[in-house]
Write a protein that binds this ligand. Sequence first.
Ligand code: PLP
Length: 430
Amino acid sequence: MNVKQSEELYKEACEHIVGGVNSPSRSFQGVGGGAPIFMERGEGAYFYDVDGNRYIDYLGAYGPIITGHAHPHITEAIKRSAEDGTLYGTPTRFENQFSKMLKGAIPSLEKVRFVNSGTEAVMTTIRVARAYTGRNKIIKFAGCYHGHSDLVLVAAGSGPSTLGSPDSAGVTQNIAEEVITVPFNDPKAFETAINKWGDQIAAVLVEPIVGNFGIVEPAPGFLERVHSLTHEAGALIIYDEVITAFRFTYGGAQNLLNLTPDMTAMGKIIGGGLPIGAYGGKTKIMESVAPLGPAYSAGTMSGNPASMRAGIACLEVLKEEGTYERLDFLGNKLEEGLVELIQKYNIPATVNRLKGALTLYFTTQPVTNYEEAESSDGQLFASFFKKMLHQGINLAPSKYEAWFITTAHVEKDIDETLIAAEHAFRELAE
Ligand code: PLP
């Protein structure tokens, strides 16, 4: 495959943009380096790069693009919004319409507030929880990513009863000491942390279905235990549904799990491909937010009409009958095909899937937490990734990311993907 233009553009990008990319996850550092592919155009399930190559896309822009690229209904909404003026700085009826749609889909959202990214949404829920409870510390789970605000760039300490340490230069030790990180799906470790810090905890922050060390579901009873211990300690539960909202059902993971958090952070899919974040929850908690309450939350771009209209259009598409059944059907076909090939070529790999999202780990053990996800062989993944890319299958360049199927994918795409996977596995097995 000729990727000359991508290579040239990457060289140029490195001269002007730090690291050549505007988000580190886009670099190919995690897959042995090289120039990332520069895409020119997306249409449905496909990408076309600057050298004219076509790819079947499973990156989905790291989650937001669930209806495929340039979905006509969303494109039309964005066009109309551009014609009407892109930004007002005043309220619009679209904010009302969209907040009602979100509330209708996710009943725990008694009140919402729009922001511009998942990072902002999570960051603000933590601030609101601190304002509401008058406490400072949070508990989060190892391997979950919650954006790039200081408080969530904190690594685990040496055990569930130890405080964290900075996971990025520039995050201070003082901030890290406000955060306790425990393993996902480990109720004992969570209990240990709550026993030690319970009366200082403002909130427990969790991806109810993990999307950031691959797709990992909570073990039966785990989240229920987290809920009861958190509430007994007088702390709030925040669900980070930035990946999961509208990914698996028309609503949040909380709808599927039948659990009700105190607050929820969202982003990605709800913007229909434009920048967005939103958070919401119980009215009495949300009333801590300015201008009603003392917790400040603001934004020049927040609730902008273009993102609102794209988000509304996206949810309209997702609401169509059979959407999630179709995603599940295609996800199942892809999973079954991959598992068959893994067995045929004796590849040390395992697949986690929920509906239209899956992760292929190069490990033979089941993956239920971050430590197990980490055991996935990075070199095997890197080699698989490059072999797939060169056959026109675009995956995320990280062993931890999910493959996202969109409503634009068809069975033929899955068949084509499995043919490419068979080539890749055959070469890996040699
Ligand atoms: N929370 C989760 C679960 C995420 O996966 C991400 C991004 O990948 C974020 C928060 C941050 O969202 P954003 O990149 O829009 O700031």
